[in-house]
Design a protein around this ligand. Structure first.
Ligand code: UDP
Length: 235
C-alpha cells in the first residue's frame, strides 16, 4: 500500500446521487461498502463530509441571509451527512466515530485532535462533521486542515469526474485530462480542484491531493495502492 493514513473528502452532493436534494440511502450504502473495503485493507481513514446536498452558506447569503449565520447552518447540515454515513458504516460492521467542530455532545464527540488520532490507530473510521467550525470556510479547506493535523499522507478528493481537465469535458470533447499537476499550476490557473485556501494549505504541508471519480467501484482502494485513478496534485 502506498498510503497508510488517508483523508477522504466527500462532497455532500456525493451522498445525493441523482436526487435534486438530500440523501440517497442506496448511494450512501454503496459509498460505505467502498469505505469498508479500505478498512479491510488495514488503512486508517478519516473523512470530511460536505453539506452542499442540504445547505450552502454562500447561496443562502446571496438570497439575503446573514452570511455567517448561513454558514453555521451549512456546517450543521454536514453533521446530518456525517451521522448518516456513520449509520451506513456501522450497519456494515465498521466502527465509526463522528467528531464535530461545533459541540453537539448528545449526538457526536467534539473534535479533539489527539482523540481523532487515537480512533484511527484503533482502526475506527472517523467522520469530521461541522466543517472547521468557522464561517467563511469550506469543507475542502477543512479537509486540508484536518489532513495536516492528523498527519494524513494524502487527501483524496472524490468527485463525479475522473480527474482534472484543462477545460470542461462535458462542453469540449477535446478536453485533456491531467495525469499530474503542481499546486502552483492549480492556483495560477484557478483550476477547480479544491478551493484556493485548501490548495495552499496542502502545498504548505506537502500533502498530495488525488482527484478521482467516486462512482467507479474500487477506485479508493486503487488510489491507496498507488495506481493511477485520476489526477494527482503535488509539489
Ligand atoms: N461551512 C462553513 N465552514 C466550514 C465548512 C463549511 O461555514 O469550515 C459551511 C458553508 O456554508 C458551506 C456549507 O457549510 O457552504 C457546506 O459545506 P461545503 O459547501 O463545503 O460542502 P460540499 O460542497 O463539499 O458539499
Amino acid at each position: 500500500m502506498t498510503y497508510q493514513r488517508v483523508l477522504l473528502k466527500l462532497s455532500g452532493e456525493a451522498l445525493m446521487g441523482n436526487l435534486g436534494y438530500g440523501i440517497d440511502p442506496k448511494v450512501v450504502a454503496d459509498i460505505a461498502q467502498e469505505i469498508k473495503d479500505v478498512i479491510d485493507h488495514g488503512i486508517q481513514l478519516a473523512i470530511v463530509v460536505g453539506g452542499g446536498n442540504i445547505f450552502r452558506g454562500v447561496k443562502a447569503a446571496s438570497a439575503g441571509m446573514d452570511r455567517a449565520t448561513a454558514d453555521y447552518v451549512g456546517m450543521i447540515a454536514t453533521v446530518m451527512n456525517a451521522m448518516t454515513l456513520q449509520d451506513a458504516l456501522e450497519q456494515m460492521g465498521v466502527p465509526t466515530r463522528v467528531l464535530t467542530a461545533i459541540a453537539m455532545q448528545e449526538v457526536a464527540e467534539p473534535y479533539i485532535r489527539r482523540r481523532a488520532i487515537r480512533h484511527l490507530e484503533k482502526g475506527r473510521v472517523i467522520v469530521f462533521g461541522a466543517g472547521s467550525g468557522n464561517p467563511f470556510f469550506t469543507t475542502d479547506t477543512t479537509a486540508a486542515l484536518r489532513a495536516a493535523e492528523i498527519d494524513a499522507e494524502v487527501v483524496f478528493k472524490a468527485t463525479k469526474v475522473d480527474g482534472v481537465y484543462d477545460c470542461d469535458p462535458q462542453l469540449n470533447p477535446n478536453a485533456r485530462r491531467y495525469e499530474s499537476l503542481t499546486y502552483s499550476h492549480v492556483l495560477a490557473h484557478d483550476l477547480r480542484v479544491m478551493d484556493g485556501t485548501a490548495i495552499a494549505l496542502c502545498k504548505e504541508n506537502d500533502i498530495p491531493i488525488i482527484v478521482f471519480d467516486l462512482s467507479v467501484p474500487g477506485n479508493i482502494v486503487r488510489a491507496i495502492k498507488g495506481e493511477s485513478v485520476g489526477t494527482i496534485v503535488g509539489g
